[in-house]
Design a protein around this ligand. Structure first.
Ligand SMILES: [Zn+2]
Length: 78
């Protein structure tokens, strides 16, 4: 499943979401007090990810049969 990684930006997250409030939406704001460092477009929607979540998301979505990474890095925000 392809995912797209962005540098974290609250504006990428919909109004009223955890990511928009500046919290980690992968772990949830109650379970995780870390600041998100990346925003991921995943098949399940936009996820704000702390460094720990980044590794989990990339493990979950970027593995393919060939072992090739499918993470596309966006340069829009750089
Ligand atoms: Zn987290």
């Amino acid at each position: 499943m392809p995912i797209v990684k962005h540098t974290y930006d609250a504006k990428l997250h919909r109004e009223g979401t955890v990511g928009r409030r500046g919290s980690c939406s992968w772990h949830g704001e109650k379970a995780c007090s870390e600041q998100p460092t990346s925003s991921y477009e995943t098949p399940n929607g936009m996820m704000a990810a702390c460094p720990r979540a980044e590794r989990q998301i990339e493990d979950l979505y970027s593995t393919s049969a060939s072992g090739r990474t499918r993470v596309a890095r966006s340069d829009i925000h750089e």
